[in-house]
Design a protein around this ligand. Structure first.
Ligand code: NAD
Length: 504
């Protein structure tokens, strides 16, 4: 299955991981192995780039930017529209490769490609809507307006768990805005990155835009080169808070722009009036979907004390019925985690939770089969346990009973991250409280919807240690452009602002 799939996507057992205006035949970096987390076997190998290859990527981007930024935005949008169509044609193959490389179930692999397609549609429309305001000038016969211009070259650093969609969120919006982009994917998902660029390559060629999107596969070092590289006007970095703490100060030291999409420790509140069936389904997908490896995964569950016991009973039963297996098989809901090390970390978190007084209701163990599988895990915990305030990127859910909504809100906000949050309630006042300025402090706040699975139409991102960045829809495009305030005097006098006189 693997070899045919790779061939259909233009990949081989060994691949170059550097695309500048062309695939660099023998990049100077190490060989990275792409491992199938379902069986631990090698899917294929990708050769990382050297510093020299990096320089070639940046040079290609610089040249492409000169050309791209002069084109009308709708012409840039046309390239992205065609890319969306190319993705439609390759949806199944690319989705399956994502499933093989990350371990997410096939409907999520396909969903990830659909998200890229949706982003292309969104960005195509956006290419005709890069609007600026006209503002009232205080001076007579003056017009004041805002214009938005491309930034230049944008560096995109991505995480393993959305190996293609997060690049698309950034690259297609940056592209219609007139920027060239340089992508440094996760070293754990290099095949998907190469496959995406293979799909894009003929369109870059046809639109005379080679260099507009370049790829540089590598480990963490190239991410640091990007952070320190003054030629990259913006560095968009998605991954752990620890990574953000390395990248952000380096970009800040050169006074560059940074867009951070970092970790989350997301909570879901179930109030007494909640529709329990709805809440249960949201918790199951939120906590155990994608094997707990989404930035928006539900990690903490605040249950009102009046409904906590029956809810936990139902949750335990449901956990036991989640089908675990090869993620490409029909009916499987829980695939593997990304690596053996990730499973070990998850097991350590379970041990720590138990040491801190947590009660293990189900799961908690590695599954005895090839690959990196872990049981869906449910632990009754308390707000006092330090482990509940850590992001463990695993299918582990901490359930914590609460008495007053104010407490649940305070606990929701008590973690360093501020990504996603949700409340299940049919009580209007509770819902509004959760949404209010004294409610959840997260970037994403949902009512009767789980924490996981955002639509691309909204601006996606979180506050505090999540980094404050916003990507995808709404006006997130503004991060990829520079704002210019322009004032035109169409009169014959030169009045100064604030009535200042300077007559000579
Ligand atoms: P990670 O931080 O290990 O790696 C992400 C990227 O950063 C990779 O390309 C990696 O090479 C690079 N990197 C990592 N550490 C680095 C360092 N010290 N210096 C320079 N570069 C470094 O993250 P991961 O394990 O791939 O993904 C999981 C994490 O990403 C979770 O914390 C998750 O919440 C977060 N995430 C956030 C979002 C979001 O939109 N907020 C989306 C996806 C994932």
């Amino acid at each position: 299955m693997v070899n045919e799939l790779l061939a259909r996507l233009g990949l081989a057992a060994e691949n170059s991981g550097v695309f500048t205006r062309r695939w660099v035949e023998n990049p100077g970096g190490e060989w990275l192995e792409s491992i199938n987390p379902s069986d631990g076997k090698v899917l294929g190998r990708v050769r990382a780039g050297s510093r020299r290859d990096y320089e070639e990527c940046v040079a290609a981007g610089q040249e492409a930017f000169q050309n791209l930024s002069r084109r009308p935005a709708p012409a840039r949008g046309e390239l992205i529209r065609e890319f969306g169509n190319a993705l439609r044609e390759r949806k199944h193959d690319l989705g399956l490769l994502i499933t093989l490389e990350t371990g997410k179930i096939l409907s999520e692999g396909l969903g990830e490609v659909q998200e890229m397609i949706d982003m292309c549609d969104f960005a195509t429309g956006l290419s005709r809507q890069l609007y600026g305001l006209t503002l009232a000038s205080e001076r007579p016969e003056h017009r004041m307006m805002e214009q938005w211009h491309p930034l230049g070259k944008v560096g995109i650093i991505t995480a393993f768990n959305f190996p293609a969609a997060v690049w698309a969120w950034n690259a297609v919006v940056a592209g219609v805005c007139g920027n060239a982009s340089l992508w440094k994917p996760s070293p754990r998902t290099p095949l998907t990155a190469v496959a995406v660029l293979k799909i894009l390559q003929p369109l870059l060629l046809r639109h005379e835009a080679l260099g507009a999107a370049t790829l540089f596969v590598g480990g963490n070092d190239p991410a640091l080169w990007m952070a320190e590289d003054e030629r990259l006007a913006l560095v968009s970095a998605t991954g752990s808070c620890a990574m953000g703490r390395e990248i952000a100060p380096r970009v800040a030291a050169r006074l560059g722009k940074v867009l951070l999409e970092l970790g989350g420790n997301n909570a879901l509140v179930v109030a007494p009036s909640a529709n329990v069936e709805l809440a249960l389904r949201a918790v199951l997908f939120g906590a155990y979907g994608t094997a707990g490896q989404r930035c928006t995964t539900t990690r903490r569950l605040f249950l009102h004390q009046d409904i906590a016991h029956p809810f936990l009973d139902k949750l335990m039963k449901a956990c036991g019925s989640i089908r675990i297996g090869n993620p490409w098989e029909e009916g499987v809901l829980l695939g593997p985690m990304i690596s053996a090390a990730a499973v070990d970390k998850a097991l350590e978190a379970v041990t720590q939770a138990r040491r801190e007084g947590g009660e293990l209701l189900c799961g908690g163990k590695k599954i005895d089969r090839p690959g990196f599988f872990m049981e869906p895990t449910l632990i009754v915990a308390s707000q006092a346990m330090p482990i509940v305030r850590q992001e463990t990127f695993a299918p582990i859910l901490y359930a914590i009973p609460y008495a007053k909504l104010e407490d649940a809100i305070e606990w929701n906000n008590s973690v360093e991250q501020g990504l996603a949050s949700a409340i299940f309630t049919n009580h209007l006042l509770e819902a509004e409280k959760f949404l209010s300025s004294t409610g959840s402090d997260c970037g994403i706040v949902n009512v009767n919807i789980g924490t996981s699975g955002a639509e691309i139409g909204g601006a996606f991102g979180g506050e505090k240690a999540t980094g404050g960045g916003r990507e995808a829809g709404s006006d997130a495009w503004k991060a990829y452009m520079r704002r210019q305030t322009c004032t035109v005097n169409y009169g014959n006098v030169l009045p100064l602002a604030q009535g200042v006189r300077f007559d000579v």
